[in-house]
Design a protein around this ligand. Structure first.
Ligand SMILES: [Fe+2]
Length: 224
């Protein structure tokens, strides 16, 4: 598959794959550079409108988010939504079912996060997650990412600072990706031997907008 132009050129930590099966079969290893496998996709439907409808129904406030599991998404399919919003919701439901089937017991806690903001979370700072995750941002702004060489470890809480003049990047709405996570000990200075997990941060939706983000904890096989 052609490498999308919105990811850094000649950056071997991100590998583009062609199918969900390829994502499920992806391996992270100490001897291989990848810390992210990306499945570029184009979706149809009104994800922004769906986000607004779900947020309105749940009455979440600006700066907050909540999560819906597979059963709740299935129930939501009966809501009186506009056709293009229903189409968007059906694709999210299909994604969840396909992930469960394809990952065969290695996908856990699959949910859709409905986001009006991250006022109570430090996820908007560059960080690594504690474990491997499968994600899809259905609406803008999608998660922001940084190359490992573009950040400096703060020394605590798996948080990183972007170097001056470094450019973060984002995937496109609908893209699905598997990212490598892992804890890094607090107060330990960063050096060349550090784990090179995937660096990213949550993005705040514009005021009044709602982000829809699929999140799934995975046990991706690791090569030693
Ligand atoms: Fe994260």
């Amino acid at each position: 598959m052609e490498r999308p132009d919105y990811i850094p050129e000649n950056y071997n930590r991100i590998k583009v794959v062609e199918s969900l099966t390829a994502l499920a079969n992806a391996c992270f290893g100490k001897k291989t550079p990848e810390n992210c496998f990306l499945l570029p996709r184009q979706m149809k439907g009104d994800f922004d409108g769906l986000g607004q409808a779900l947020a309105k129904r749940s009455r979440i406030k600006d700066g907050d988010f909540y999560s819906l599991g597979l059963r709740q998404i299935k129930n939501a399919l009966t809501l009186p939504l506009q056709e293009d919003q229903k189409l968007a919701l059906k694709q999210i439901f299909d994604d969840m079912v396909s992930i469960e089937e394809t990952f065969q017991g290695r996908a856990h806690s699959i949910h859709l996060r409905v986001v009006r903001g991250y006022a109570h979370s430090s996820a908007t700072r560059f960080h690594t997650d504690g474990g491997n995750r499968l994600l899809c941002g259905y609406s803008l702004p999608v998660t922001e990412c940084a190359k490992n060489e573009d950040v400096i470890y703060t020394g605590y809480d798996n948080k990183y600072l972007l170097k001056a003049n470094a450019q973060p990047f984002s995937f496109a709405p609908g893209d699905m990706w598997l990212q490598e996570g892992g804890r890094f000990p607090d107060k330990k200075p960063r050096n060349e031997e550090d784990p090179q997990h995937f660096i990213h941060r949550a993005t705040e939706p514009a005021p009044g907008n709602v982000r829809l983000l699929l999140i799934c904890e995975t046990k991706a096989p690791s090569l030693s």
